[in-house]
Design a binder for this molecule. Sequence first.
Ligand SMILES: Nc1nc2c(ncn2[C@@H]2O[C@H](COP(=O)(O)OP(=O)(O)OP(=O)(O)O)[C@@H](O)[C@H]2O)c(=O)[nH]1
Ligand SMILES: [Mg+2]
Length: 354
Amino acid sequence: LGPIIWPLFFVTSIMDFIDHIRLTVESGKGGPGSVSFRREKYIPRGGPDGGDGGKGGDIIIETAKNLNSLLHYQNKRQFKAKNGQGGGPQNMTGASGEDTVLKVPPGTLVKDEDDNVIADLKGHPERIVLLRGGKGGKGNWYFRNSVNQAPQYAQPGLEGEAKEIQLELKLLADVGLLGFPNVGKSTLISRVSAAKPKIANYPFTTLVPNLGVVKLWGNDSFVIADIPGLIPDAHKGVGLGIQFLRHIERTSLFVHMVDVSPETARSPMDDYKKINNELAMYDQEALNRLGSKLTERKQIIVLNKCDTQAPEKLEEIVFEFETQGVKVLQMSAATGQGTQDLINIIGEELSNEQ
Ligand SMILES: Nc1nc2c(ncn2[C@@H]2O[C@H](COP(=O)(O)OP(=O)(O)OP(=O)(O)O)[C@@H](O)[C@H]2O)c(=O)[nH]1
Ligand SMILES: [Mg+2]
């Protein structure tokens, strides 16, 4: 690759690793003050007793440890805190409007419309009051004085504030996708997440890693990294090399995809071993740096493109893996067969780790 292309790669690869969302938020309006006069027996003209309005709700942003993406904001982008209630007679203050608390994963950067950083929420728990609710208006009781003992007015509540904000999260992959070029890694990630990587029927389509956020149950999700395919001698720089392994070296789980289509004319078992061999070549360095080896990470082995293979031949391939003690999952990223099973298995593996 030419020297001009490299910086461009660098920028795209960073951008791909960021989850980004724009939200419109608004704090609550303060409740109006009340105009009211005491009505008591034997006191024909009681004094003013209108209470103050309640404060509007705040917009609060708070980190939640169980979140690891901003996926939960995909369908709702506008948030408004509740307004304060009006004041009442007998000097009653109105109830405050309820705050709206936006939960984000630790590591979320909060920015304004113009990219100025408002907060960098790293910790847990950590929270900021982004917008304060409007103050409640004063009731007429507040305005009584020796000159005007029966004020007929009260303040309205103050408006809340509205703002457009951006949330940004640097994503860290939970799961790494391994495999030869063209086995369907990008097809899988495009099917199970919102990521839209380039897919084509030739090797080295993916030149930089892509991350996808995959929804599990409830608010749970995981981040899967699609990296450029590996080939034998990648550790010597053949193909795109193994430098992209660093993007998945901190993931505890690998999904190892093997192409079973007749088109490759390679042996799936052979492919599987060759990729593991490349991992082993990376390991001495990884051990020095990370204190652990990539070959010792848990792998889920997936046979992909099962839709293209004759059932008998497929059985043979599965048998070959099983006799070597390797459990495999059959899948077709193209038709979607087996992809949900894979997601469920990943979800279980990740929850076992916690
Ligand atoms: N029939 C069939 N074709 C598939 C399946 N999965 C992927 N393909 C096709 O295989 C080709 C390669 O898919 P990609 O997703 O680009 O493969 P990749 O592993 O990301 O490849 P690199 O980025 O080059 O490493 C494309 O033409 C896909 O349409 C599958 O399950 N069945
Ligand atoms: Mg690809």
